[in-house]
Design a protein around this ligand. Structure first.
Ligand code: NAD
Length: 291
């Protein structure tokens, strides 16, 4: 069924996602604070508006792709909840903290709006190509309504559990990713210092128990393993600054849940130093350069 969908936050990720909703035949009503982002959305077939509230007229659903939890909270509680049509489905695809995701979903549900948190795995290329993976938190009913909308923007849509479960899955996954990337970089550095040929080490470790996605699919050393950002001078890929953001969210969640995350805490420190040294825009595997 073709729907009327408000889309707020048309940046690196949201721009391509909104375009894929248009391609799927939906009527997209777009808003972003950036005039440039709005102009691009218009070129891609969305109707554009100069205030968030103006996008809401008659919509079946509201999708957001915004930088952080504070902005998401302010937007939903200030502009959307109580103002969108009764019963409209709310989908926040931003990566934000679990606590804010639960707080906003609770306020939405109390006002009669089913809501899902649906953060994504996959970068800008996956957003443009419609091949994102969505990890979704919310009720069974909200998930059932969200699924067809998210499917138009991704290749996989997974129900993780109740409100906040999508964010929890995302940050726990990236907690592993941050630690395994640094561990893989360490091992390549040591292997070379011990006189091992890095390609030989890759061939062994990628088939042995040192195997992980960071090793096998995203090898941080240029010229070794599959084509990765390392082969493109660490341009593109998943920015170190975004890895740092996700590690900070994981640490905050761990603190409030009383979970011990010593490896994640060290990974956060190392990515923080790396970002502060001016490397936030490089792919996160470039941290190998610091060893
Ligand atoms: P971005 O900064 O490119 O886009 C965010 C957009 O939101 C900007 O265009 C900005 O103008 C707009 N915006 C900010 N406040 C607003 C407001 N109050 N009202 C309307 N528009 C507003 O960021 P991005 O890379 O597109 O990331 C968006 C989200 O996706 C983040 O939560 C990020 O962590 C997550 N994410 C990003 C990637 C990636 O590779 N870039 C991958 C996975 C998840």
């Amino acid at each position: 069924k073709h729907m009327k969908i408000a889309f707020i936050g048309l940046g690196n990720m949201g721009g391509g996602m909104a375009a894929n909703l248009v391609k799927a035949g939906h009527e997209v009503r777009a808003f972003d604070l950036s005039a440039e982002a709005l102009a691009r959305a218009k070129e891609n077939g969305a109707q554009t508006f100069t205030a968030a509230g103006d996008t809401l007229d008659g919509v079946d659903a509201v999708v957001t792709m915004l930088p952080n939890g504070k902005i998401v909270d302010d937007l939903y509680t200030g502009d959307v909840i109580g103002k969108a049509p009764a019963g409209a489905l709310l989908l926040d695809c931003s990566t934000i903290d679990v606590a804010t995701a639960r707080k906003v979903a609770d306020a939405a549900e109390k006002a009669g709006y089913p809501m899902v948190d649906a953060p994504v795995s996959g970068g800008i290329a996956a957003a443009n190509g419609g091949t994102l993976t969505f990890m979704v938190g919310g009720s069974d009913e909200a998930f059932a309504r969200a699924e067809p909308i998210l499917s138009a923007m991704g290749k996989a849509v997974i129900h993780a559990g109740g409100a906040g479960a999508g964010q929890a899955a995302k940050i726990c996954n990236n907690l592993i990713l941050g630690s395994t990337m640094i561990a893989t970089c360490e091992a390549f550095n040591l292997a070379q210092k011990l006189g091992l040929d890095p390609q030989v080490f890759f061939d062994i470790s990628s088939k042995a128990s040192g195997q992980s996605w960071s090793m096998t699919s995203y090898c941080p050393l240029p010229g070794v393993g599959p084509q990765t950002p390392a082969d493109n001078d660490y341009q593109g890929g998943f920015a170190a600054g975004l890895m740092l953001k996700d590690l900070k969210l994981a640490l905050a969640a761990a603190q409030s849940a009383g979970a011990d995350v010593p490896m994640g805490a060290r990974a956060e420190e190392l990515y923080d130093e790396f970002a502060k040294a001016g490397n936030a825009g490089l792919d996160f595997s470039a941290i190998i350069r610091t060893l």
